[in-house]
Design a protein around this ligand. Structure first.
Ligand code: NAI
Ligand code: 15L
Length: 266
């Protein structure tokens, strides 16, 4: 299974730099895009810098691609205006370009912050209402809404991955529950690209961690079975000082994001 040309946005970012390597077998050509420098094009790569807020530029970016792995955008909580440009306008531009150029499959990097206000004590699935924990989480909710609409209206299929914490290692107790290894992220994307008939599927992006907060049964048709687990890091995380019981990182699923803002520039 291989596409002719796959677009990877956010290719200069933390996950994009990893996926630039691991997605290679899934496409003859990977078209890499970001506003930050992308270095030199290797064999099988095309570089196309682009600001996601620029509709015309995104239209050009998507032309000729068979599938899109959309990782680009602001990846933390920021004032609304910044989120509006990169994330909200950005995802609109991506889907409009996909529609215009006949792209049939999108992977959307959603986030746990679309549901960040659920308590850590509650297990949730993808059918439960969103509970965004900021403008960033709201933009991911909007992105999932775009995916749903463009599927219902135009038949474009999307896997929205509500990524937990995808870094080389979990860094605190919260991340033990929601850590997603790079290997498991890559496999989830592969399933999202090549599983037939996914419509708009929302999957939680986590490895095989102990005591997960998320029930992925509604994404069972992907056949995703994580290979890694945060348990490998248990000893080092247990040795960290225990935060207070009411510390935001210990109460709500979105952790510290739930306690940010308000941003008040006026
Ligand atoms: P990152 O911040 O390292 O990478 C995002 C990239 O998007 C950056 O290289 C940035 O330059 C680019 N970007 C920002 N604004 C842009 C614009 N207007 N036009 C074009 N490019 C723009 O974030 P990371 O960790 O690599 O995350 C990738 C995606 O996954 C993001 O969408 C993030 O929201 C999502 N995600 C990541 C998680 C993680 O644990 N790493 C958790 C949940 C979601
Ligand atoms: C996210 O959505 C962010 O992009 C990432 O940087 C982490 O903060 C992650 O969530 C998390 O919740 O740990």
């Amino acid at each position: 299974n291989r596409f002719e040309r796959v677009l990877l946005t956010g290719a200069a970012g933390g996950l994009g730099r990893v996926l630039r390597e691991t997605l290679k077998p899934m496409a003859r050509i990977l078209r890499l895009s970001d506003v930050q420098p992308l270095g030199e094009a290797a064999e099988g790569e095309e570089l196309q810098p682009c600001d996601l807020a620029d509709r015309q530029a995104v239209d050009e970016l998507v032309r000729g691609c068979d599938a899109i792995v959309h990782m680009g955008g602001v990846s933390v909580e920021r004032p609304f205006e910044e989120i509006l440009e990169a994330n909200i306008k950005g995802i609109f531009h991506i889907y409009e370009a996909a529609r215009r150029h006949g792209v049939r499959r999108v992977i959307f990097a959603s986030s746990n912050h679309a549901v960040g206000f659920y308590p850590q004590a509650q297990t949730i699935d993808a059918a439960m209402p969103t509970r965004p924990d900021g403008y960033y989480g709201l933009s991911k909710m909007y992105g999932e809404g775009m995916a749903s609409f463009y599927h219902d209206r135009y038949g474009i299929e999307t896997l929205s991955i509500r990524i937990g914490s995808s870094f080389p290692e979990p860094r605190d107790r919260r991340m033990m529950h929601i850590w997603l290894s790079y290997r498991d992220l890559t496999e989830l994307i592969r399933r999202g690209l090549f599983t037939p008939g996914i419509g708009h599927t929302i999957a939680f992006g986590l490895s095989d961690n102990k005591e997960p907060w998320w029930d992925n049964r509604l994404a069972a048709h992907l056949g995703y079975t994580p290979q890694d687990t945060s348990e490998a890091f248990r000893a080092q995380i247990d040795s960290l000082p225990m935060p207070a019981a009411d510390d935001p990182t210990m109460v709500l699923q979105g952790g510290a994001f739930t306690a940010q803002g308000p941003f008040d520039p006026l």
